[in-house]
Design a protein around this ligand. Structure first.
Ligand code: SAH
Length: 222
């Protein structure tokens, strides 16, 4: 066990109960997918935020992760993951916006292989360390502008954007397999539509599945 894991063992044990409480609340507020709830019950969210914020990790709220970015609210993670799954078996999944690595770790429990792209190197490195320490093996991270997707690994069964796009970047739609779906917050700062796109043999079908609030998708890398 690593030093960091040891340091977190105390809070890890007491947090099991707070995690249970969070999952119960999510269930009450309409998250019905038992697979998703099971993953959130298991995954220690407090390891994905700074130690100073660890005691708030099981509140249903977004929290700062540095560099002006946030780890998404658990309810949003649960909803978006459930909207991507809907009873399907996921093989290859692409996430745009690794951030803390939390959503990525959730997806890794539910898919065979997860690819995730982050534009801020500092965040990417921290996420990489966390995922390694948690021994989550089926994740590949990349430093880059996720608007271009990850063409070498395409096509994907599912793509999730965790930063708000003004419109969905074309290359991401191109990298969906037929029958695959993409979920993304679309709109300007503050509040966005959560949009789901399904690729059919005829083209793309788009539906709006709710309202969310995400940090913006930005071009280039830092
Ligand atoms: N999924 C993350 C949420 C992070 S917030 C989590 O679970 O913690 C959104 C992230 O998207 C930020 O880290 C931000 O740097 C990143 N981002 C914004 N625009 C991006 C782009 N074009 N390519 C890759 N990452 C991007």
């Amino acid at each position: 066990m690593s030093a960091r894991q040891l340091r977190h063992l105390g809070i890890g044990m007491t947090s099991q109960r707070t995690r249970e409480r969070l999952v119960r609340r999510l269930h009450e507020s309409g998250v019905g997918n038992p697979q998703v709830l099971e993953v959130l019950r298991w995954l220690p969210r407090h390891l994905f935020v700074d130690e100073a914020l660890a005691s708030r990790a099981y509140e249903d709220t977004a929290l700062p992760i540095g560099q002006g970015q946030t780890i998404s609210q658990p309810w949003v993670v649960a909803r978006m993951t459930a909207a991507l799954l809907e009873g399907r078996c996921l093989r290859r999944v692409l996430e745009v916006g690794t951030g803390s690595g939390y959503q990525c770790a959730v997806l890794a429990r539910l898919a065979q292989q997860v690819y995730s792209v982050e534009r801020i190197r500092r965040l990417l490195e921290r996420a990489q360390t966390r995922l390694r320490e948690l021994e989550i093996p089926n994740v590949r991270l990349r430093h880059g502008d996720g608007s271009a997707g990850w063409p070498e690994r395409a096509p994907f069964d599912a793509i999730m954007l965790t930063a708000a796009a003004k419109s969905i970047p074309g290359p991401l739609c191109d990298q969906l397999a037929v029958g695959a779906r993409l979920i993304a917050p679309v709109g300007t700062a503050g509040s966005q539509d959560l949009v789901r796109i399904v690729r059919t043999t005829a083209g793309f079908a788009e539906t709006r599945v709710g309202r969310v609030s995400f940090v913006p998708l930005r071009a280039g890398v830092e």
